[in-house]
Design a protein around this ligand. Structure first.
Ligand code: NOJ
Ligand code: CA
Length: 524
């Protein structure tokens, strides 16, 4: 391919800012903290950071409830701190992506204060207000992703407003052109400051069916599941008009340069996901591909999933892969410490842009949270259903000090109990650590065009083996992954007979004809 952009060649690293590095001892990570750790990220070998929301917020949903899109929450620092972080990133050749939360604001946003002030307020229509259903009660059966009706009654003006998430997160009305203009202005504000792009929160939620019909019931729902799964979100998400908005956002980004990237958070089946690349006119550069987070860890399933995804991509659509994020299970917990290394090799050798979730590079697992320390509103609303996101948002461990170098104070969430050994400093000094594996994988990916821009080709395999080739011009590489915990033979294809083992997840002594338990290999 000709002249790939950085967001095609490079690797993105997600920072959950509350948990990355605290600089002032309040136990909450902040912008100065992130800046202080940039060199460690350069040493790891990533290309860009995406920082989860840092805007002024009452923190009902830890920043995904924004009260001012063009400011910095004082818990994270100041606008000067932000400018300094951005300059520090750019000085190191790193890109910085922000988290844009366009579907909803905080209920403390001045726009919502106006909207709820009276029915004839000029901003009334900026949010989704509806009369009660005939006979009373919410206008329809839509359920909030965090449980309960998605409609909140407003006594003062006698109507309900819609919130796909918490009642403290009222949804904006993107059918209103003034909302569109205001929010595109937010993108311009940050692009003018120099940010390199955005991850767009719940892009597929942004437009709802104009008539608000009931959603159909989900026949597979059981009471053990979150309430949101009671109905299928047929009319409340993924409406055709969302694509016009995605196109508008893309036009704004392209007005700056093709290097400014938009990444859409979209949980949809592959065929529908592909629409967000844009049919006809471009939409987001990368609609997040979350399949590895959800798929069963079986060689055959993954082989098919990868091939189907590759086949479904529209012309010019660039692939991407994700293993975890601040809402989903940690890789180290899903796979265990050995297989997490294989998963890292998969993530970093597939075709397309990988996003690494902070902490995965030290094999950070989910941390059990004692009941009295739970803070995730999702868990507090629907306790005991396995919905808690706190365990995947715990502080990063940098060294073996009493608070792992994360803070001088009390961390807002508990540290993992093996932080004295599972920390960046210890692992940087150990060539066999998962951190060192990530570094080696990132270095190899950067060095070899076959890995960062080459084609992906399936290779015949059996049992627990997943194998594929990467090819660019004359350069050919072979990746062989044993997804099981027993040794597995592998029939090396003839074309790969001369290739040497460049990297093993299990260190020296690799034999590509017989993979060790939980071993991944790269040959080239
Ligand atoms: C998706 C975000 O990733 C999640 O953390 C948040 O709670 C919801 N969107 C609502 O903004
Ligand atoms: Ca702090």
């Amino acid at each position: 391919m000709s002249d790939p952009q950085w967001w095609q060649r490079g690797v993105i690293y997600q920072i959950y800012p509350r948990s990355f590095q605290d600089s002032n001892g309040d136990g909450i990570g902040d912008l100065k903290g992130i800046e202080a750790r940039l060199d460690a990220l350069v040493a790891l070998g990533i290309d860009a950071i995406w920082v989860s929301p840092i805007f002024p917020s009452p923190m009902a949903d830890f920043g995904y409830d924004v009260a001012d899109y063009c400011g910095i929450d004082s818990r994270f620092g100041t606008m000067d701190d932000f400018d300094s972080l951005l300059a520090a990133c750019h000085a190191r050749g790193l890109k910085l992506l922000l988290d844009f939360v366009p579907n909803h604001t905080s209920d403390q946003h001045p726009w919502f204060a106006e909207s709820r002030a009276s029915r004839d307020n000029p901003k009334r229509d900026w949010y989704l207000w509806r009369d009660p259903a005939p006979g009373g009660g919410p206008p329809n059966n839509w359920i909030s992703d965090f449980g309960g009706s998605a409609w909140e009654w407003d006594e003062a003006t006698g109507q309900f407003y819609y919130h796909a998430f918490l009642k403290e997160q009222p949804d904006l009305n993107w059918r209103n052109p003034e909302v569109v203009e205001a929010m595109l202005g937010v993108l311009r504000f940050w692009l003018d400051r120099g940010v390199d792009g955005f991850r767009i929160d719940v892009l597929w939620h942004m437009v709802k069916h104009a008539d608000f019909p009931d959603n159909p019931p989900n026949p597979a729902w059981t009471p053990a599941m979150g309430e949101m799964f009671r109905v299928l979100q047929l009319h409340s998400t993924d409406q055709p008009e969302v694509h016009g908005i995605a196109r508008d956002m893309r036009r704004v980004a392209d007005g700056y340069s093709p290097e400014r990237v938009l990444i859409g958070e979209i949980y949809l089946p592959v065929e529908r996901l592909m629409d967000y690349y844009g049919r006809g006119a471009p939409e987001v550069h990368l609609p997040f591909n979350f399949q590895l987070i959800e798929a069963p860890w079986k060689a055959e399933t993954l082989a098919r999933l990868i091939a189907d995804y590759e086949a479904a991509l529209p012309p010019g659509g660039w692939p991407n892969w994700v293993l975890g994020n601040h809402d989903r299970p940690r890789a180290a917990s899903r796979f265990g410490p050995e297989q997490a290394r294989v998963a890292a090799m998969l993530l970093l050798t597939l075709r397309g842009t990988p996003t690494i979730y902070y902490g995965d590079e030290i094999g950070l697992a989910e941390v059990p949270i004692p009941a009295e320390r739970v803070v995730d509103p999702r868990e507090l609303n629907e306790p005991g259903k396995g919905l808690n996101r706190d365990p995947v948002r715990t502080p990063m461990a940098w060294d073996d000090g009493d608070t792992a170098g994360f803070t001088r104070g009390e961390p807002w969430l508990p540290l993992h109990d093996d932080w004295r050994t599972r920390n960046v400093a210890a692992q940087r000094g150990d060539p066999g650590s998962i951190w060192s594996l990530y570094r080696d994988l990132l270095a190899l990916r950067r060095e070899r065009a076959a890995l960062h821009v080459g084609d992906w080709l399936p290779v015949e395999c059996a049992g627990d083996i997943l194998a594929y080739a990467r090819r660019h011009g004359d350069e050919r590489m072979l990746v062989v992954l044993n997804l099981g915990d027993r040794p597995q033979p592998f029939a090396i294809p003839e074309w790969a007979g001369e290739l040497a083992v460049l990297l093993s997840t299990r260190g020296a002594g690799a034999d590509p004809a017989l993979l060790r338990a939980d071993e991944g290999l790269i040959l080239g």
